[in-house]
Design a protein around this ligand. Structure first.
Ligand code: IPD
Ligand code: CA
Length: 268
């Protein structure tokens, strides 16, 4: 099957905006009684489920036969040549607490390569998009990573894992080190947003441990297409399924890798 990525990106943007409309209305009318739990601190609601359902239907018509890996539903045939990787609401904890910082994240993988990515920050109405080789955009305008060259002048994003809290002390040491070495740390509550903020130069870097492919697939491509670098904690490429990610403007990538490598127990 031959597809035109620019055309498919436009069609996918429309589907994501439509799902965003649903999520925006739901956010405005949401009540804390509607929260459900997959596990401790692992929240979801009907909004995650229905937004994903909407996307699954729309994306299914764009690319019939493509596989689907979503945060709420995985498709048994998700090994097809083309596979959608979808987080319907990245930032669910923000969402249920009424914090207007959450995003829809949609990526398309061809074989082992992510070729298209969209992160839509719903309430801010900021749509970040990229396709392989086509550069990255924010609401249609080209974006680039920041030109800052030193960690000491960098703002760094991170997040804290919900599971595997036995390693949390080590992680917090790393965070403390990074805090002292940079302009500061931000915890947005959405890895997809952290990544696209690196892509457009609001953050110089981002690192997190314990993430899933749907949290990072779209954002990582957008960082790369905006001129940045993405790796796992060892500097390799296993950031999609490997649960470790570093993303940066490129200039501070080695600094971030060194700081993280210095903490052997985090690398595992
Ligand atoms: C979460 C967010 C958060 C990150 C968590 C993720 P969710 O995704 O990306 O920033 O720190 O580890 O699970 O649950 O809001 O879709
Ligand atoms: Ca997520």
């Amino acid at each position: 099957m031959t597809i035109s990525l620019p055309t498919l990106l436009n069609q996918t943007e429309l589907a994501v905006k439509e799902a965003g409309e649903f999520a925006r209305n739901a956010f405005q009318n949401f009540s804390r009684q509607q929260v459900e739990y997959k596990g401790k601190n692992d929240l979801f609601s009907y909004v995650d489920v229905q937004t994903e359902q909407l996307l699954k239907e729309k994306l299914g018509t764009l690319l019939p036969g493509a596989g689907f890996i979503g945060e709420e539903t995985a498709d048994a045939q998700a090994i097809n040549d083309y596979t959608w990787i979808v987080d319907p609401i990245d930032g669910t904890t923000n969402f249920v607490h009424g914090i207007p910082m959450f995003a829809i994240s949609v990526a398309l993988r061809q074989g082992t390569e992510v070729v298209l990515g969209i992160v839509y920050e719903v309430i801010g109405d900021e749509l970040f998009a990229a396709y392989k080789g086509g550069g990255a955009t924010l609401n249609g305008e080209a974006i680039q990573v920041s030109e800052c060259k030193v960690l000491a002048e960098s703002l760094i994003g991170t997040g804290f894992p919900k599971k595997g809290l036995s390693s949390l002390d080590e992680y917090l040491k790393l965070v403390a080190y990074m805090l002292a070495a940079s302009h500061g740390i931000r915890r947005m509550g959405s890895a997809a947003i952290d990544l696209v903020y690196v892509a457009c130069g609001r953050l110089e870097g981002f690192f997190e441990w314990g993430l899933n492919p749907w949290d990072v697939a779209a954002g990582a491509l957008i960082v790369q297409e905006a001129g940045g670098i993405v790796s796992d904690f060892k500097g390799g490429n296993d950031y999609l399924f490997g649960k470790q990610i570093i993303a940066s403007n490129g200039h501070i990538q080695e600094d971030l890798e060194e700081v993280i490598k210095a903490n052997e127990r985090m690398i595992g």
